[in-house]
Every structure is written in structure tokens, then in C-alpha cells.
Ligand binder design. Structure first.
Ligand SMILES: C[S@@+](CC[C@H](N)C(=O)[O-])C[C@H]1O[C@@H](n2cnc3c(N)ncnc32)[C@H](O)[C@@H]1O
Length: 352
């Protein structure tokens, strides 16, 4: 599929069908994890690096940056159609924080899910505000720049900046300079969580900086959703159909799966990252896809599914299993699938 097949009008957005299942803010006294020892970095090191040397990824990166680079176009055409819906929710959850922010940083911008949602919700931009869209993958940053240039009006008031940055390091971002750090399905994939949380705390403005993130989740009521006609869960279907291939979905211990559980998120964000309060909202969207076969093409091209290079016979079996799961063996009719996310909003150090 490509942009010519424009599916956006066919999308069913059952926005927040089960939204806000959990919306609990907790405050716990405790140690504020921000490290005073981090080195203040020079912003001049983060100018556009289109022609720079290849960026080194965090050493224990889950998906090589080259994989994200290669798939930027396909991601933009396909997967971003799912993530855009959750990005819109996160933007809504951060609406008032965004309005009053001087500087916003998107970590793992991919092909612009957050940026596009920002433009949709703040169509004139916000005077005096800078939005930095960053990703470890230069291909993704370039794609974001392209799509934003197509959508942003010439007199847009927000200053837009595009940066290649490892979210675990944020080398070019100064300490204490970001009012809202947002990450739509980005930060949850970075394996060195402690380092990433320290970095987030380093760059957030004290004491009012806000961290907003979305992460995929898994929900108990998937069978009733399917039986009630809301479709099959995309990630559950991927996990089951890809189980015989080597891929991050079949790895039950994959670190990013810790973000599935709202309670685990609360303890990570408060106890590990040192935020004072955290709210976890849960959101689910059903999306109409042209056929199960199209859905397979999306999945097999995702850097997260690792189908590329897999044994041909096993890949064929996985494809059939997916078609069975999402559309009862019908490869060619339209199919409804849902995705569910945890939307995390964390703020402030704990009160003394
Ligand atoms: C699942 S995609 C999400 C993209 C986009 N935010 C969206 O929701 O459509 C994950 C993104 O995180 C980026 N990424 C992976 N590891 C990263 C890291 N250590 N630092 C910054 N970005 C990273 C990838 O290049 C990719 O663009």
C-alpha cells in the first residue's frame, strides 16, 4: 500500500472505546532520581546532521537503527496509521502542558506521529514555542521533516527543529531545558531504562517539566472484543502468528513488555525515574484495514516483527496463522484490528 491508496477515510476510530479504564495519580515520597552530575551539553552539537557520520546507537539497542532507517517510508504509509491515533490521545492528555510550554521534545519521532497530531490540534502553532522532533534513525528524522513540511502552514507560529538523537543520551539537549518531553512508542523500546530515565530527568525543566509517553499494552478482554465485533488485537495476533520466528514479539521477556502493565509503569516512573506523580490512561482504537493480506505486508515489513530474512516456509506459516486469527482465514476481505496503549503522564519531583 502507498499514499495513493489513501486509507485514512476508511479508518474507523473508536476513540477511547475503553479509554481511561485507569486514571490514577499517585504521589509517593521518596528519593528524586535526577543526577546533578550529568554534563551540560552544548546545543551546537545537535544541528542538522544529514551529512554527518553514522550515529552510534545505544549499545544494547533492540532494533538496529539501520532497520528503522530502511523502513521509514513503509512505516509512514502503514504503521503510522495506527500510532497516529494514540499520538492524538497523548497530545490531548498533554494539551494544557503543551499550550504553556516554551520547549517540547519528541523522542523517537519516527515518521512524525506526534508532530502531525500537534499540527492537527494546534493548527496555527504556538508563538514563542519550539518543538524538537528527534529520533536515533536519520531516515526517520528525514521522513518526519518531509511530512511536516507538507502539512505545516507557512505562517506556523511554532519553531520546528529536527534532530538525530539517541533518547538514552540526548547529547545535544541542554540540562533543564525541556518543558514537555513526549515519546510516542519510542522511549519504551530503549533497553537501558535507567540511563534513559536519568537523561529524561536531566533535560526536563525543574520543577515543572512533564514526561508524556505512550507504550503498547495487552488487555484481558481481547476475546470479548473480538466476539463483539471490534476486531482482533494487532499485537496479540502478531505475537501468536510470529511465535516460531525469531522476533521481539515472541520474546516473553522483552523489556518493553514491562510497559504493558499500568502498575509496573507507575512503579518504574515513580521509584526508578523519580517523578512525583504519574497518571496512566488506557486507550484502544479499532482500525479498518483493506485485507488480512495487506495487514501481513505491514507486519512483515516492520523492524519489530523480524520476518525479513526468516525461513520462507516458516514465514508462510506465520502469514497463514495471522490471516486465520484476524479474519478467520479470509485473506482478501477488509479486516478490523485494534491496538491498545498505555498513555503515561508523569510530573514533578516528589514533595519533600
Ligand atoms: C515504534 S517507532 C515509533 C515512531 C513514532 N513515534 C510513531 O509512534 O509512529 C519507534 C521509533 O523509535 C526510534 N528509536 C529506537 N531506539 C531509539 C533510541 N535509542 N533513541 C531515539 N529513538 C529511538 C526508532 O528509530 C523509531 O523511529
Amino acid at each position: 500500500m502507498n499514499e495513493n491508496t489513501s486509507l485514512s477515510s476508511a479508518f474507523l476510530d473508536f476513540q477511547t472505546v475503553l479509554a481511561t479504564q485507569t486514571d490514577l495519580a499517585i504521589t509517593v515520597p521518596g528519593h528524586y532520581a535526577y543526577s546533578q552530575n550529568c554534563v551540560r551539553s552544548s546545543h551546537s552539537s545537535c544541528t542538522n546532521r544529514d551529512n554527518a557520520e553514522p550515529i552510534m546507537a545505544s549499545k544494547d539497542e533492540v532494533m538496529p537503527v539501520a532497520d528503522w532507517d530502511k523502513t521509514a517510508q513503509q512505516y509512514s504509509d502503514n504503521i503510522a496509521r495506527f500510532t497516529a491515533l494514540h499520538a492524538a490521545d497523548l497530545t490531548g492528555a498533554l494539551y494544557h502542558d503543551i499550550l504553556s510550554a516554551k520547549t517540547i521534545l519528541d523522542v523517537g519521532c519516527g515518521t512524525g506521529a506526534f508532530g502531525l497530531s500537534y499540527v492537527q490540534q494546534f493548527p496555527k502553532g504556538i508563538p514563542g514555542q519550539t518543538l524538537i522532533l528527534s529520533d536515533l534513525s536519520p531516515g526517520m528524522v528525514n521522513k518526519t521533516k518531509d511530512v511536516m513540511q507538507q502539512r505545516v502552514p507557512v505562517d506556523f507560529k511554532t519553531k520546528l527543529q529536527y534532530e538525530i538523537e539517541d533518547g538514552a543520551v540526548l547529547e545535544g539537549i541542554q540540562d533543564d531545558s525541556i518543558d514537555v518531553l513526549v515519546s510516542v512508542f519510542g522511549v519504551f523500546l530503549i533497553p537501558d531504562r535507567a540511563k534513559t530515565f536519568n537523561t529524561i530527568q536531566r533535560v526536563l525543566r525543574k520543577p515543572d517539566g512533564v514526561f508524556g509517553a505512550s507504550a503498547w499494552t495487552s488487555i484481558e478482554c481481547r476475546d470479548s472484543l473480538k466476539n463483539d465485533g471490534f476486531g482482533a488485537g494487532l499485537h496479540d495476533s502478531m505475537e501468536t502468528s510470529l511465535k516460531d520466528l525469531t522476533n521481539p514479539f515472541s520474546n516473553k521477556e522483552a523489556p518493553w513488555k514491562q510497559w504493558f502493565n499500568p502498575d509496573t509503569i507507575r512503579s518504574m516512573v515513580v521509584d526508578e525515574a523519580g517523578f512525583g506523580t504519574v497518571a496512566v490512561h488506557r486507550s484502544i482504537h479499532s482500525v479498518m484495514w483493506p485485507s488480512a493480506l495487506d495487514l501481513w505486508q505491514l507486519i512483515s515489513g516492520s523492524p519489530m516483527s523480524k520476518v525479513t530474512g526468516a525461513d520462507q516456509e516458516m514465514a508462510e506459516a506465520a502469514k497463514q496463522s495471522l490471516i486465520d486469527m484476524v479474519n478467520y482465514g479470509d485473506a482478501n476481505s477488509p479486516v478490523l484490528v485494534w491496538t491498545a496503549s498505555n498513555l503515561v503522564v508523569a510530573r514533578g519531583p516528589p514533595s519533600e
